[in-house]
Design a protein around this ligand. Structure first.
Ligand code: NAP
Length: 339
């Protein structure tokens, strides 16, 4: 195959970022079709990237000139497009979350395992970030001894207009849920959500902010994650693993440190676009290369299902204030041993 012909569903913020990335930095592919419920937005993007504009995501998936599909539309629409792509036997890269609902994820697991071949990848790009890879390598090397705890935080500059208490976990916290189990290579058995004092500056109906997710893994490692949609100063992702013999911390992105005017400082990035640029590039280049080789290895539909199910349970914990046990839907053999 000369170039992988990709159709992109969803031409919002990340859809446009990915289309730009596919045309400027990712080798061996082209964006040949786009679709969005906002037809005018899709038309604008199509004319900029020289792609055809489809009437709907479904039409795009069925188009014979589309080899593989990238889903970057809104969360609740992901599952229907993934299922349609699997029905066509087309590789599909789905931005996180795979779905906000466990039952949708289970349908995807069933459809993909019936096909007998992995064709779904979920956009958990942190697994491709050099900092998180170094952190995982350090934990695995044994240099800090057995891990005991992880302290983490996920801070956005300001919340999006659409942000709700539920989305803080299901849309943003989902990255943390995925990356922690990937770092430790074990599943969660218990969850709880604490609600600190409400941020009065960014007060918004339906948004409890900040929240603290507490998770316990099979071996007893405890994880606390501050989810803060309104840090007021930047997009800041922190993670520190504490072990029996030491600690290891996620590095901040490489940048200059300035000492001037009586202060020592470095820039905190404003958003995910610039914080994880290299991770998105590596993620999509690997996906394109692997799709062309007919064997993908990135985050799977099972990873998407575990993350979704954990987020659902944590949402229930937030509402009830309870500590809850977590057990997962049946994992088809097909997905076992895939960390
Ligand atoms: P956004 O700017 O609101 O864009 C979403 C786009 O999808 C909008 O243009 C929306 O149209 C469109 N859309 C909604 N329903 C659709 C449908 N049925 N068919 C086709 N298009 C549809 O949001 P975003 O920030 O780009 O986020 C999009 C997805 O990417 C979300 O699922 C989000 O979780 C994910 N994401 C992932 C990362 C990451 O770090 N991996 C970062 C950002 C976003 P309207 O505006 O008309 O509703």
């Amino acid at each position: 195959m000369e170039k992988l012909r990709i159709g992109v569903i969803g031409t919002g913020a990340i859809g446009r970022e990915h289309i730009k990335r596919l045309s400027e930095r990712i080798v061996g592919c082209e964006t040949v079709a786009v679709a969005d419920v906002d037809r005018d937005a899709a038309e604008r993007v199509a004319s900029l990237c020289g792609a055809k504009c489809c009437e709907s995501g479904e039409e795009l998936i069925l188009s014979p000139e589309v080899d593989a599909v990238l889903v970057a539309s809104w969360d609740a629409t992901h599952a229907k497009y993934v299922l349609a792509a699997v029905a066509e036997g087309k590789y599909v890269f789905c931005e996180k979350p795979l779905s906000p609902e466990t039952k949708d994820c289970e349908r995807i697991l069933e459809a993909e395992s019936a096909l007998g071949k992995r064709i779904v990848q979920v956009g958990f790009m942190r697994r491709f970030d050099s900092g998180y890879r170094a952190l995982k390598a350090a934990i695995k090397s044994g240099v800090i001894g057995n891990p005991l705890m992880i302290h983490a935080c996920h801070r956005n500059m300001t919340h999006a207009a659409t942000m709700t208490s539920e989305m803080s976990i299901k849309n943003a916290g989902i990255h943390e849920i995925d990356i922690m189990r990937w770092l430790l290579e074990e599943e969660y058995v218990q969850g709880q959500v604490l609600l600190p004092r409400q941020n009065g500056i960014s007060r918004k109906e339906n948004l409890q902010d900040p929240q603290i997710m507490l998770l316990r893994t099979e071996s007893g490692v405890t994880i606390d994650v501050e989810l803060n949609q309104s840090s007021g100063y930047g997009y800041d992702i922190q993670c520190e693993a504490v072990g029996e013999e030491g600690t290891v911390r996620l590095p901040d992105p490489a940048t200059v440190v300035t000492r001037a005017r009586g202060a020592c400082s470095f820039e905190v990035r404003p958003g995910w676009e610039t914080r994880f640029t290299e991770a998105y590039d590596i993620e999509l280049q690997q996906w394109v290369d692997e799709v062309k080789a007919d064997r993908i290895t990135g985050p799977s539909a099972w990873d998407g299902t575990v993350a979704c199910h954990t987020a659902v349970v944590l949402g229930e914990c937030r509402e009830s204030g309870e500590i809850r046990g977590i057990s997962y839907p049946h994992c088809p053999d097909f997905y076992k041993n895939m960390f």
